[in-house]
Ligand binder design. Structure first.
Ligand code: MET
Ligand code: ZN
Length: 766
């Protein structure tokens, strides 16, 4: 009979238990044992919740204290030497790799100073994984047995689970060579790695696991031939090993068709495909299933909209007709990691809108209900309720504002809306005259430390415990501190520090029409950093100015240029849960018009350096080359230009990108005057070289803001020197990788001072 499966459940706890305790552990408030217990409790809750909901196939090893890819690196001992020489505990080694560690010597411990591994986007999700970093000296061996331990832990609770592992090809392909081994191609390590997969899978089988979910999400990417070929090598080897569990080869986030040849004959016992993202692949991918199991990803693991049961039931029936009911699993499209935990904890949402949503806990029920409907069990009431919710959304006024629709299509048709008055060289002349900045101008990306005090005051204000005037006074005093500090250390283009912003997307969402917000809808972005994405429920417009007041106040405190700070249209879109009833392109244009009004208002108010952040522009890039990707690049860039092209030549437009390998060609079309990009962990000289042709000005991020580590002035000088070998001094801005909101003041002060001093050093030389 048809069975139900969940591919992974959020690991953060319904009320961010994991974050609170991980951070408490880092600051020494709780010990390792206490932290481990928190993990155990979360796992138990998740398993029981799924069991009680009636899910047939429940995942294990989907939990992690930071990142599941990093878990695998620990499991396979892919630990660069720089992390092992301090003899840290396994947990502390794990965290050192994740976030770096800098610690003074004490009587019992040595001094530690090691940067984090590189962290990058997980496909096109707003999740980041810690990049496996291989070297010629990597000593592959099994290090612990986390997947087995967690399988047994569930078993001890009376719950049979299906362990999840990222598969060998994806694990290698998502990794990179360490700086001591740049000519090493990770995929060439397959032969060394496979015995470890055999070993861990064997252990899982011995512990009782019958089936393992083996994730090969790279199958939705454009793969080089040798990587494609690696699937055959890897899975034949696993099939040849004795006593292993069955494997369900699991793909998600896109279209597998271009790589179908690579997997069609694989000796695995089943396949999982994401039919939420790419229903069109159905006929082709089903053709390779044969008498294997087909797991039908039909409940969206990436968004919060209620499943349409009638459509899903029809879809699954179509699959049954092809492969037979006993081969079918009804599943989430991907892990539910990317959705908030439980809609039941939302007490403030408007009832009409809330009825359109479904979070992880509800999605677990959806999978079960669809499965029951197919099995002919009586779920009529649920189906009816569902149909009513779908109808209510379709017919709601919120989802359709004719005026916004009209302005959006007019803007799309009017080319002048997306073009600056003059080209960059002409603008540069007016900007030079206006700002007269030194060589190696220094700036920051926007946010300064979001201290406890800021959070406390914001909470008080939100709860009505302090008045709007008191709160404004507090925010003003924060800006005063930040401005004074920047003047003291000699930064050139200042920022107000963003103390009034809880989050760079939520802040704008709250000021725009068309958004809904949750109270507990947290989703893991990386490690202990979670976000609470706004939900775009309807057409978007801007009822009033959003940032002018703070920027103007901050500018009043200094003679230096104060950068206005906005989040770009694509990033607001990407870091929200988007609508699925209107294209992303239309949502992006609606946002760009709202931002254009804001940019123009800032300029009118005398703020003439304006940064429009687009950190998410790269992650939104369709995973494969082709027309979808070029369309995206076209509308993403055009949205940015609509937002920023209403200004004078002398107004300097900045943009900022982080979190992923950026191709300079992708950002040229934005035509920003200055861009700052995350760069501090890029050590491939060829990559630096790629940026040397970027036509406008650029700040290659000089230090990692995800880590509390403080680079010295000498380190900055060395790094700038490295970049100067290939990158021209007259286009060179000096800035950190990203905003400083997650950092403390102590390290912020020290790092920025060293950075500015290094810039001054080069000014002296040039
Ligand atoms: C993730 S990009 C962050 C940009 C924002 N202006 C900040 O400094 O925090
Ligand atoms: Zn950033």
């Amino acid at each position: 009979m048809v069975s139900s499966a969940v591919l992974g459940f959020p690991r953060i706890g319904a009320f961010r238990e994991l974050k609170k305790n991980t951070e408490a552990y880092w600051s020494g408030k709780i010990d390792a044992e206490q932290l481990l217990k928190v993990g155990k409790d979360i796992r138990e809750k998740n398993w029981k919740l799924q069991k009680e909901a009636g899910v047939d196939i429940i995942p294990s090893n989907d939990f992690s204290f930071y990142d599941h890819v990093l878990d695998l690196s620990i499991l396979f001992n892919v630990i660069p030497d720089r992390y092992t020489k301090y003899e840290l505990s396994s947990l502390d080694t794990f965290f050192a790799m994740a976030r770096g560690l800098q610690r003074k010597a004490s009587e019992t411990t040595k001094a530690v100073d090691v940067p984090a591994l590189e962290m990058v986007k997980w496909f096109d999700a707003n999740y980041h994984y810690v990049r496996p970093t291989f070297s010629k000296s990597t000593n592959f061996k099994l290090n612990g047995q986390k997947p087995v331990d967690e399988y047994l832990e569930a078993k001890a609770l009376g719950i049979e689970t299906r362990p999840v592992l990222v598969g060998p090809v994806s694990y290698l392909f998502l990794g990179k060579a360490d700086k001591d081994s740049l000519d090493l191609e990770p995929i060439s390590l397959l032969e060394k790695l496979l015995p470890l997969y055999v070993e861990i899978l064997k252990k899982l089988a011995d512990a009782g696991a019958k089936v393992v979910q083996i994730d090969e999400p790279t199958l939705v990417l454009d793969l080089p031939e040798n990587v494609k070929a690696a699937f055959q090598t890897a899975y034949s080897k696993l099939a040849a090993a004795e006593g292993l569990p069955e494997l369900i080869l699991t793909t998600y986030f896109g279209d597998v068709r271009p790589n179908l040849d690579a997997i069609k004959e694989l000796p695995v016992s089943g396949f999982h495909f994401d039919f939420v993202r790419t229903p069109e692949q159905f006929d082709d991918v089903v053709s390779i299933v044969g008498d294997k199991t087909l797991s039908v990803g039909i409940v969206d693991g990436r968004n919060i909209w209620k499943n349409n049961f009638a459509e899903s039931v029809d879809f699954v029936k179509k699959a049954i007709a092809k492969v037979g009911a006993d081969k079918i699993i009804v599943a989430t499209s991907s892990s539910l990691l990317h959705t908030p935990v439980d809609l039941a904890n939302e007490k403030k949402l408007d009832a009409e809108i809330k009825n359109w949503f479904s979070f992880a806990t509800q999605k677990v029920d959806e999978v079960v209900t669809i499965t029951k409907a197919i099995a002919g069990e009586d779920v009529a009431a649920k189906l009816e309720e569902n149909a009513a919710a779908i109808k209510s959304r379709k017919e709601s006024k919120i989802t359709n504002n004719p005026e916004v629709r009209k302005r959006t299509s007019e803007a799309q048709a009017d080319e002048s809306m997306s073009k600056r008055h003059s080209d960059f060289p002409t603008r540069l002349v007016s900007q030079k005259a206006k700002y007269n900045l030194p060589l190696f101008p220094t700036t920051t990306i926007g946010s300064f430390p979001q201290t406890k005090e800021i959070r406390i005051n914001r909470n008080k204000f939100n709860k009505g415990e302090i008045s709007a005037e008191e709160y404004e006074k507090f925010i003003n005093s924060e800006m005063e501190t930040v401005v004074k500090f920047q003047e003291e250390i000699g930064l050139d283009v200042l920022v107000h520090g963003e103390p009034e912003r809880n989050d760079m997307v939520q802040y704008f969402g709250e000021k725009l029409n068309g958004f809904a917000f949750t109270t507990n809808g947290w989703v893991q972005s990386y490690g202990s950093r979670y976000v609470r994405p706004p939900i775009i429920v309807g057409d978007v417009d801007r009822p009033a100015a959003m940032t002018v007041k703070e920027s103007v106040y901050a500018q009043s405190l200094t003679k230096k240029p104060m950068k206005g700070m906005l989040t770009g249209p694509v990033t607001i879109l990407r870091w929200s849960f988007p609508r699925d009833d209107v294209t992303q392109k239309v949502q992006s244009y609606q946002l760009s018009l709202a931002l254009r009004d804001e940019v123009n208002d800032l300029e009118k108010a005398g703020i003439t350096v304006i940064q429009v952040d687009e950190p998410a522009i790269r992650e939104g890039l369709p995973l494969r080359a082709g027309s979808e990707r070029s369309d995206y690049l076209q509308w993403a860039a055009e949205s940015f230009r609509i937002a920023t092209s209403g200004v004078e030549d002398s107004t300097q437009i900045h943009s900022h990108f982080c979190y992923s390998d950026l191709d300079p060609n992708h950002i040229k079309a934005l035509d920003a005057d200055v861009v700052s990009i995350e760069f501090s962990k890029k050590d491939d000289p060829n990559y630096i070289q790629e940026f040397s042709n970027y036509p406008n000005h650029i700040g290659l991020g000089l230090f990692d803001i995800h880590s509390p580590r403080i680079p010295s002035k000498e380190e900055f000088i060395a790094r700038i020197g490295e970049i100067l070998k290939v990158y021209p001094a007259d286009k060179f801005w000096v800035n950190p990788d990203c905003g400083l909101k997650t950092r403390g003041w102590e390290e912020t002060r020290a790092s920025l001072t060293n950075m500015v001093d290094a810039a001054k050093y080069y000014r002296g030389k040039y």
